[in-house]
Design a protein. Structure first.
Length: 100
């Protein structure tokens, strides 16, 4: 879904529902997007946020729940093998204790 949305970010003019009006779109990346995903559905909840963010040209820092770091690391490896520029997507893992 995010990939299809990315195809429309080149400033195309989508069809309007009114013949006398135009619809304009503009691509404006936000910058760095922080994604914190919970223990349940770690892939989908994280990907629902970082996939569109990457497609829109943002940098993503993903912090999954501590109990899901192993499986999330596999998804991060797949993204790394996709040839993304260095630093565009980052996985950060930790104990979740807040440094205590």
């Amino acid at each position: 879904m995010a990939g299809e949305d990315a195809k429309r970010m080149a400033g195309m003019l989508p069809a309007s529902t009114s013949a006398d009006r135009r619809v304009l779109t503009a691509r404006v990346p936000l910058g760095v997007i922080g994604v914190v995903s919970p223990w349940n559905w770690p892939y989908t909840m994280g990907a629902e946020i970082f996939a569109p963010a990457l497609a829109a040209g943002n940098t993503v820092v993903w912090v999954p729940a501590p109990t899901t770091t192993a499986c999330c690391a596999l998804l991060a490896e797949i993204l790394a093998s996709a040839g993304l520029p260095s630093g565009l997507f980052q996985l950060r893992v930790g104990s979740g204790s807040g440094g205590r």
